[in-house]
Design a protein. Structure first.
Ligand SMILES: [Cu+2]
Length: 197
């Protein structure tokens, strides 16, 4: 989760979970909903004039209901928007996928350790990718020059999210491979599909 303006707080009383949502940073929260239904979510941090109207519902569905809802016409996934932006902004000129370009190849870097010019190693998580787009010289990857311009003020927060989602999607293993091994076995009796409105 991230915020485009001020600090909000994502609060789902029925699930007993609450987490601050901050501008300029990603925070995460997880839950496992076990009973189908509609659960109201609130912003629990006074954030401005429309604070009281800031809310929504989490709809927990049975798998077959979820499949039906999904079939109703999904909008373009965030990573698809990010891919289009990646092309539009010319990111691929330096971040090439075929040969080594002036910037690092972004395939499968997400959530992996990256060696920096100063000898440090960092994990290429969401916050790192975000920072690298807004402030590219903050952490220079070993073997590369600080030639990338900043995209601060050029991409909106929404576009930034899309670009981060695209970089994340490049790290996903092909379907049916090792990526899902660590997930707990799902019980078919329980609803596992959740839609946030
Ligand atoms: Cu709020």
């Amino acid at each position: 989760m991230t915020s485009q303006d001020v600090i909000h707080s994502f609060f789902v009383p029925a699930f007993r979970i609450k987490q601050d949502v901050l501008p300029g940073r990603y925070t995460t929260l997880w839950f496992k909903a076990t009973v189908p239904g509609r659960y109201h979510l609130f912003c629990a941090e006074y954030c401005g004039t429309n604070h009281s109207g800031m809310g929504g519902d989490i709809v927990v569905m049975e798998p077959q209901d979820y499949a039906q809802w999904m079939a109703g016409g999904p909008s373009a996934p965030l990573q698809e928007t990010g891919k289009q932006l990646f092309v539009q902004l010319g990111c691929g000129t330096c971040h090439r996928f075929d040969v080594q370009g002036r910037g690092p190849n972004l395939t499968a870097i997400y959530n992996k350790p990256v060696l920096l010019e100063d000898g440090r190693t960092v994990i290429a998580d969401e916050n790192y990718v975000r920072e690298s787009i807004l402030n590219p010289t903050a952490k220079i990857v070993s073997g590369f020059k600080p030639v990338m311009p900043t995209f601060q003020g050029i991409v909106s927060d929404e576009q930034l999210n899309a670009l981060v989602a695209y970089v994340k999607s490049l790290a996903q293993p092909p379907p049916g491979t090792a990526g899902l091994q660590n997930q707990p076995a799902a019980s078919p009796a329980e609803p596992q599909n959740v839609q946030v409105q």
